[in-house]
Design a protein. Structure first.
Length: 100
């Protein structure tokens, strides 16, 4: 996967006062029928310590890029982190299927 172009950014302060910066992005599969995924990069900056990075990507979740971008806007507002991304995507897909 090539390095993503970040679409959205969210900043929060952790419970210990650390700065947490979240970057949200989409991915694209190179096959003939394009599918789009979503990902989050999280940088944690502790005072006087190194910055750590955590990444989570869920590939081929959407068939339409606009749907992937809309989903990113929602999870950015809710401050979803890499740790919970997989659960949020699965819950979203199950909710969508049950609505049909």
């Amino acid at each position: 996967m090539k390095e993503p172009s970040y679409i959205l950014k969210n900043e929060i302060t952790g419970i210990n006062g650390e700065r947490i910066v979240l970057f949200y992005f989409t991915t694209e599969t190179p096959d003939s029928k394009k599918h789009y995924g979503v990902g989050i990069d999280m940088y944690i900056q502790n005072t006087g310590m190194r910055t750590t990075k955590e990444r989570k990507v869920m590939e081929s979740v959407f068939e339409d890029k606009r749907d992937a971008e809309s989903f990113l806007r929602t999870i950015c507002k809710c401050t979803v982190t890499p740790t919970s991304l997989e659960d949020v995507v699965r819950d979203s897909i199950l909710e969508e299927k049950s609505a049909i």
